[in-house]
Design a protein around this ligand. Sequence first.
Ligand code: CA
Length: 247
Amino acid sequence: MRPTAPHHPHLTSVLVIEDDDTIGRHLHTGLLGSGYASTWCRTGSAGLAEAERTRHDAVLLDLGLPDIDGMDVARQLRAEFPELLIVILTARSEEIDVIAGLDSGADDYLVKPFSLSVLLARLRAHLRRRPADVQGTPRPIRLGDLTVDTVSRRCTVGGNDVDLRPKEFDLLAALAERAGTVVSREDLMAQVWDANWFGPTKTLDVTMAALRRRLHEAAESSAPGRPRLPHITTLRGHGYRMEPPQG
Ligand code: CA
């Protein structure tokens, strides 16, 4: 039997399979509060049954479940639902090698404890990379005289191409996609660098400085007249906000 349509067809639907009460509730309420549809199951068998019943976009899967080994759940889900995004949650960092080495079929993993904002940034990054058949092709973002096209990976200022390095472009896109809102350093690290990062985030500061310099240079060399560009505001210790130009 194929899964039926999601309960909320316009929302991204996440299935949480986690037996820990605190973590499960935190994920479930966090997802709901962030605009996702969320279903929480506490056992592997309940999770598999739910996946059969309803179509989900992503699964957050705890490895240490009371009934079925999480790795087996991952393999079964992958075999049945090739399109499903599977993110494994594990408390034991020594299991990373096993997750990565064995063909569990998982797309990503997070080591507990992890912050909700990191998890959400990862989800967004993964779901954005999925085939764009559902949402259609994203349009270039226009902010004043700046355009950011995430499909062709082109950035222009006043119609002229700006030569950006890959991480500079990703950083620009991450801010432009959420122009007007604060994007935390954690979110940017998770979304742009896309790895389990620990410790310093100096690479973010370096890339941000380079991005600002390149945009500034592009604006300076643009003729005639000075193009209207969004300003990137630094919120010390927290993150950045791209301010759309006025008027
Ligand atoms: Ca567990």
